[in-house]
Design a protein around this ligand. Structure first.
Ligand code: NAD
Ligand code: UGA
Length: 475
């Protein structure tokens, strides 16, 4: 809907539906740079909202730099609440930042995006918006979702009495590219901001928000469908690099090459680039897997079988990488880990976040438990209940409860253990004094480094057996 008649339309009030890993940090940064705009972040999850309104050191999301920004702007122009209707009513622009997981059942189960939360947000907006409203897709969505959103919003053009109402909407796509653990820096210094849409004036209004702190050269505008698709493709390309280097890590282990050296030699070619070439236990997190599955589903729906299987390969390598790490552990411990004590260092899917969604630690821990190992899990930021919840372990599940303990203190966790498996690249794990700690382990003791963060020279000064992912010298 062109805004010609709304030339003086100004953004004074923002509503963000969804106070999660994207909604919370993104709106905090917008509030920081737009003190004249009121930013309301709403969510149906009361606990989450209470935590956003609680102590700054217990915000629902751990993200370096976030607590400082929230403490500066909360209560001034940033507000968290469950009052979705009121916030929609007051808003000039609404960001939909809700979850878009993969469907668990029905058509497209295991591949297609479950859009129920996006649809319910659109319905809420259609019912409660009071005036012309710009609706922004912030969530990652299948290409063409804006059509669904528009159709729901358009359906309110007629009231139940058949009369046309005056509310108009403009739908934009503005996908988020932040990565957890570096979200604040990514938001404050983005590589680019992408805005897709049909209505130039609405695009300009959203652009003006970002222009408060982002260089105009970094703001890319496209049509709606390019913007929606680019987000899926960006994640697919990033994940593709990880699967590529992880496939190389296995070649290195069998040939005496070192994947760190290979990545450096390859990545210093500026056409290839050094970023995202770190081999590890496979990518985790809430998005790479689901976004590639969604891309695969889209390709299949379009009849592009070969394209679908190309992208599927990235996920296959990811699963295989996790599988072969687990098998290496069992193999080195004489093919039997029943009753052996294995310490898992790191449970978040990467360092500097408390997010465990799809963490490689989950999959590998479950496989080790399946071989009757006893696990001690340690993570500096993930709480015990979240670890057990992520492993789907209920208190009554006696089989597993006795086999898992959580211990944040590394020295205590390692006591009498047979093996230590480093799963997350937390800073504190890089500086472990193995010369001292080796004496706490049962011999022969093993250290498995899936993140290549341990100094080979230092570990060689100990009596520990050592396996390092992608390092042909230790396998
Ligand atoms: P999240 O699960 O942390 O947060 C989503 C929130 O939306 C939840 O708290 C949920 O209660 C709320 N919600 C759902 N329906 C609602 C409704 N109708 N009204 C009010 N609240 C509602 O998810 P997230 O990690 O923030 O991801 C959100 C979207 O952003 C996803 O599409 C994801 O793919 C995308 N994304 C995520 C990241 C990331 O790093 N996590 C980065 C870029 C993009
Ligand atoms: C990723 C993208 O980096 C973001 O741009 C995107 O916005 C986001 O997904 C999303 O759409 O949700 P995130 O998953 O938070 O961000 O974190 P990444 O840094 O991408 O790490 C993802 C996984 O890949 C982690 O498990 C990490 O350990 C692993 N990884 C990353 C590697 O194994 N090697 C690398 O070189 C980089």
């Amino acid at each position: 809907m062109p805004l010609k008649k709304l030339k003086k339309f100004q953004i004074k009030n923002i509503c963000c539906i969804g106070a999660g890993y994207v909604g919370g940090p993104t709106m905090s940064v917008i509030a920081k740079y737009c003190p004249d705009i009121t930013v309301n972040v709403v969510d149906i999850n009361k606990d989450r909202i209470n935590n956003w309104n609680g102590d700054f050191d217990k915000l629902p999301i751990f993200e370096p730099g976030l607590a400082k920004i929230v403490s500066d702007v909360r209560g001034k122009n940033l507000f968290f609440s469950c009052d979705v209707h009121k916030s929609i009513k007051e808003a000039d622009i609404i960001f939909i930042s809700v979850n878009t997981p993969i469907k668990s059942h029905g058509i497209g189960a295991g591949e297609a995006s479950d859009l129920r939360w996006v649809e319910s947000s659109a319905r809420e907006i259609s019912m409660h918006a009071r005036d012309h409203t710009i609706v922004v897709e912030k969530s990652t969505l299948p290409v063409k979702t804006a059509e669904i959103i528009k159709s729901i919003l358009e359906s309110t053009k007629q009231n139940s009495d058949g009369k046309n109402n005056k509310i108009t909407f403009s739908v934009l796509s503005n996908p988020e590219f932040l990565a957890e653990g570096t979200a604040i820096n990514d938001l404050e210094n983005p590589d680019r901001v992408l805005i897709g849409g049909e209505d130039k004036e609405s695009i300009d209004l959203l652009r003006e928000i970002y222009l408060r702190w982002v260089d105009e050269k970094k703001i890319i505008t496209t049509n709606l469908w390019s913007s929606e698709l680019s987000k899926l493709i960006a994640n697919a390309f990033l994940a593709q690099r990880i699967s590529s280097i992880n496939s190389v890590s296995a070649i290195c282990e069998s040939t005496g090459a070192d994947v760190e050296e290979v990545a450096k030699a390859v990545g210093t070619d500026t056409r290839i680039g050094i970023k995202f070439l770190k081999s590890g236990p496979g990518f985790g997190g809430s998005c790479f897997e689901k976004d590639i599955l969604n891309l695969v589903y889209i390709c299949k729906s379009l009849g592009l079988k070969e394209v679908a299987s190309y992208w599927e390969g990235i996920l296959k390598i990811n699963d295989w990488q996790q599988d072969r790490i687990y098998k290496a552990v069992v193999d080195k411990l004489y093919g039997n880990i029943s009753g052996k004590k294995i310490v898992i260092l790191g449970f978040s899917f990467k360092a500097n976040t408390n997010d465990t969604r799809n963490s490689p630690s989950i999959k590998i821990s479950k496989k080790l438990l399946g071989e009757d190992a006893t696990l001690v899990i340690s993570d500096p930021k993930v709480a015990k209940n979240k670890i057990l919840e992520s492993l789907n372990i209920k208190n009554k599940d006696i089989n597993f409860v006795n086999k898992i303990s959580v211990e944040i203190n590394i020295a205590k966790a390692i006591e009498n253990s047979d093996a230590v498996l480093i799963m997350t690249e937390w800073e504190e794990y890089k500086n472990i004094d193995w010369k001292v700690l080796q004496h706490k382990m049962r011999k022969p003791a093993w250290v498995f480094d899936t993140r290549s963060i341990i100094s080979v020279e230092k570990i060689q000064e100990t009596n520990l057996n050592f396996w390092q992912l992608g390092n042909g010298e230790f396998n």
